[in-house]
Write a protein that binds this ligand. Structure first.
Ligand code: AMP
Length: 141
């Protein structure tokens, strides 16, 4: 595994150097919309610690991250009227990882709806902004 690169895009988002559609933040983690969603409401949850992938994070920090995922995922499902949610997480380029700061995908699922391909089609910014507004309200409640 390559060393953590502080110039990766999620590190820049964490430092506020580039914008994101933020939906939630706590002392351990940040959650924002995937700009190429596989389904409406596709959210990424990242730890604030430097970690390339699942093998590169202390157990306590991973526990805190997954605690946030466990709290957010059903709220995202319910806020968007989805039927369920899927969790995805990629480790290594060969496994499909494209951003090398650990992240957990929360993907709301609706019965009968096919998933869009992973990371291929940029969503309209107005759609992302509206979804972020809905989720920010739901996740702060
Ligand atoms: P992975 O293959 O798990 O590394 O996925 C990285 C994800 O990050 C993909 O689903 C991309 O659509 C998403 N992504 C890439 N750049 C950004 C960005 N600037 N803001 C939000 N999501 C992004």
């Amino acid at each position: 595994m390559a060393a953590y690169d502080d110039e990766n895009i999620f590190a820049k988002i964490l430092r506020g150097e580039i914008p994101c559609f933020k939906v939630y933040e706590d002392e351990h983690s940040l959650a924002f919309l995937d700009i190429m969603p596989r389904a409406t409401g596709h959210t990424l949850v990242i730890p604030k610690v430097r970690a390339t992938d699942l093998t590169d994070i202390a157990t306590d920090d991973l526990g805190a991250l997954m605690g946030t995922v466990q709290t957010l995922a059903p709220k995202i499902r319910d806020a968007l009227g989805a039927d369920g949610f899927m969790i995805q997480q990629f480790n290594g380029a060969g496994a499909g990882q494209t951003v090398f700061h650990l992240h957990i995908h929360i993907i709301p699922r609706r019965a009968g709806e096919s998933l869009k391909p992973h990371g291929t089609r940029m969503e309209d910014k107005d759609v992302l902004a509206k979804t972020a507004e809905t989720l920010t309200a739901a996740l702060s409640a």
